[in-house]
Design a protein around this ligand. Structure first.
Ligand code: BGC
Length: 381
């Protein structure tokens, strides 16, 4: 789109020092005045040309810190680029999200960015986008079983599962042949395609140790179906961990590691362990994994209750998606860095993967405070 090119030209011109008069080489009031007037007029054009372009942002829930950040980041960046934004949260209800997307299409949104509640439930509503000329970007969660999705932007979720599992492998010295250890698994929501990627990533690392007996799942609940936690719920994780502790660990056996698929899941597991006074009774906590670097989990890393989390810099993901939107609106091809791996059952989606990063007691300060993601003051009691 013209306005983008113009805007870039203006910044290049300013950088190249074109404020200097071509004739005298010095800053000339006439040139400066002319340039400022042009900039003023261009800014006016830019605003008005973008103000009628609507972009929809459909988020799954306000329940967890990350989706609030994702929604806010996207809205702010899109608005900064002059778009009108319709931002909705679906309270983890697939039907509500379908209704919201339907409305966004009716309202004429040109692009809709969707982090789906149920990654397999959007096929029908997305049929409508074809005739409406609206483009769809799957945000963080892959939208399954439909042709009507154009791009995918996410973190490497297989990689997240691998990092969590490698943390357990390293801390329990499994490569050195140590064990047997008791481990329990808490997976993500069954309606979320990320749960499967994460499970596959973690099993790629840990399955050999389960096969050799170095890792033992004392509860016997060792497949994705039995370990899945609906909507990655804190409460459901707390209940399941409480039950497993009562049924399988009240004989004094030590639980050595719990692979928790996210910080919300880890927080529920943590609550159950606190309720059972696990740390004071057994002398130490099991290894606990997580992802999202939620504040409450960073606090638990600081107090030594939680071993690690995965930092997914939602600022970078939002920036990438906004640049995708800009490319689409300019009639170009958005930048992607994975064109062969994300098959939604109907087609392979051009994808942009952002790299996640492990945080633990050693590096959280540098990674989270150093990057300005959090302010250290927020963690002072
Ligand atoms: C996201 C995770 C998040 C989880 C629960 C997943 O789809 O990838 O970052 O923790 O949903 O909200």
């Amino acid at each position: 789109m013209m306005w983008k090119r113009v805007r870039h030209d203006v910044s290049r011109v300013a950088k190249d020092g074109a404020f200097a008069c071509p004739r005298t080489g010095a800053a000339c009031l006439f040139c400066l005045g002319f340039l400022m007037l042009s900039l003023f007029l261009l800014a006016g054009c830019t605003r008005s040309s973008h103000l009628d372009v609507k972009i929809g942002v459909a988020m799954p829930t306000r329940e967890f810190q990350r989706w609030n950040q994702d929604g806010d980041n996207l809205k702010n960046l899109l608005e900064k680029d002059g778009y009108l934004v319709e931002l909705e949260y679906a309270d983890n209800k697939p039907e509500l999200q379908i209704e919201q997307i339907h409305r966004m299409i009716e309202d004429g949104c040109r692009v809709i960015v969707i982090a789906s509640v149920d990654t397999g439930a959007l096929g029908d509503v997305l049929h409508e986008v074809e005739s409406a000329g609206c483009r769809i970007i799957a945000y963080d969660r892959l939208i399954m079983d439909t042709d009507n999705v154009d791009y995918y932007a996410t973190f490497d979720n297989l990689g997240v599962g691998i990092m969590m599992a490698e943390h357990i492998e390293e801390k329990l010295e499994l490569q050195e042949g140590k064990g047997p250890y008791y481990v329990e698994f808490f997976a993500g929501g069954p309606d979320d395609s990320n749960s499967l990627f994460l499970w596959e990533g973690s099993m790629e690392v840990l399955q050999p140790y389960l096969d050799s007996g170095q890792l033992v799942v004392k509860s016997g609940e060792a497949d994705l179906k039995s370990c899945a936690i609906d909507h990655w719920s804190v409460e459901k994780s707390r209940e399941r961990m409480g039950r497993i502790l009562r049924e399988h660990y009240s004989d004094g056996s030590s639980l050595d590691a719990v692979l928790c698929a996210s910080d919300s899941v880890a927080f529920g597991v943590l609550q159950a362990l606190r309720e059972a006074e696990y740390r004071s009774k057994r002398g130490k906590m099991p290894l606990l994994t997580g992802q999202d670097a939620e504040k409450r989990i960073v606090k638990a890393i600081m107090s030594g209750e939680q071993s690690m989390s995965i930092f997914k810099d939602t600022r970078l993901l939002a920036q990438q998606v906004v640049s995708m939107v800009n490319s689409i609106m300019a009639g170009g091809e958005p930048e992607t860095n994975d064109i062969g791996n994300y098959n939604n059952g109907v087609k392979i989606l051009p994808t942009f993967l952002v790299r996640p990063e492990l945080i633990d007691a050693q590096n959280y300060r540098k990674v989270l405070f150093g990057s300005g993601y959090y302010n250290e003051k927020d963690f002072e009691e």
